[in-house]
Design a protein around this ligand. Structure first.
Ligand code: NAD
Length: 272
């Protein structure tokens, strides 16, 4: 170390204060492996006040337990985007608790397990509709319901996508189509909400071992390919994604909207 030269601060210290006074809603924490949990921790370390959802009563306890690890107790409320009226009730509760919000993270997706593998041609309408509803469509009402709470706040919305939206990834099937829709939704929502000073971006994360990801057949092969071929020769972590989300939700990204930002060790730049 050069004498008198400041030591590199610990990562969480480096971001301290970046989100002071901001309220961010993180939708999609299920357990400690969830990408949303990595994002929540990065935001909390940077000073944000958080609100988290839990999908149903079965998941309430594990989310509550995790929430205790955060420096400040987050607001918790149920929200299953397939349950009629749940999104409206969730945002109403957020309005009652905070009056306004600065950021929103959409980190949810689902598909029928049997359709994350096998022949794409066998995709059912039910499976297609479910994956679209949860993984893509839900971003639209979330944007609509968040917008009034973000009025005059320079709001930011971030969703999570994957490379399988643009290239065929073995086994990803119906979810690839949902992610393509999610990325298009990101652009349309960005254009719609931009005049209200609300930015909407997506993070295209490299593969991370989470409960959802383990449902994709051949997932460990996808992890291996990144480790062997990506420019950085390593897989990405929750922390890598958390830092990018922090950037996209903070004023550091003040003129970035409608974009898909890759946090994938560079894998997406490769040809064959
Ligand atoms: P995860 O299983 O931890 O999170 C998925 C979340 O979706 C859970 O919290 C679950 O409760 C929620 N969810 C599912 N159906 C829902 C519904 N009807 N209503 C409300 N919530 C619902 O997995 P994850 O990998 O952290 O996934 C988070 C996001 O990241 C997803 O959009 C996923 O596609 C995306 N992503 C994941 C990877 C990866 O490799 N893990 C890579 C790129 C993008």
């Amino acid at each position: 170390m050069v004498r008198g030269f400041p030591r590199t601060p610990h990562e969480s210290e480096a971001h301290m204060g970046l989100m002071d006074g901001k309220v961010v809603v993180v939708v999609g924490v299920a357990n400690k492996r969830s990408i949303a949990w990595g994002i929540a921790k990065a935001l909390a370390d940077a000073g944000a006040r958080l609100a988290l959802n839990f999908q149903n009563e079965r998941m309430a306890e594990s989310v509550q337990k995790l929430a205790e690890e955060l420096p400040n107790k987050p607001f918790l409320a149920p929200c299953d985007v397939t349950v009629q009226g749940d999104l409206e009730r969730f945002f109403e509760a957020l309005g009652a608790e905070f009056g306004r919000i600065d950021g929103l993270v959409h980190s949810i997706a689902t598909a029928k397990r049997e359709e994350l593998g096998g022949k794409f041609r066998d995709t059912s309408w039910d499976g297609y509709a479910l994956s679209q509803q949860v993984s893509a469509w839900s971003l639209i009402p979330m944007g609509r319901l968040a917008a009034p709470l973000m009025e005059g706040r320079s709001g930011a919305i971030v969703s999570l996508t994957y490379y399988g939206a643009e290239k065929v990834v073995d086994g990803y099937n119906v979810m690839g189509v949902a992610k393509a829709a999610l990325e298009a939704n990101t652009r349309y929502l960005a254009a719609d909400l931009g005049p209200q000073d609300i930015r909407v971006n997506a993070i295209s994360a490299g593969p991370i071992k989470t409960v959802s990801a383990m449902g994709v057949s051949g997932f460990s092969g996808i992890l291996d390919a990144v480790e062997q071929k990506a420019p950085l020769r390593r897989n990405v972590t929750q922390e890598d994604v958390g830092k990018c989300a922090l950037f996209l939700l903070s004023e550091l990204s003040s003129a970035i909207t409608g974009q898909v930002i890759y946090v994938d060790s560079g894998y997406s730049i490769l040809g064959i």
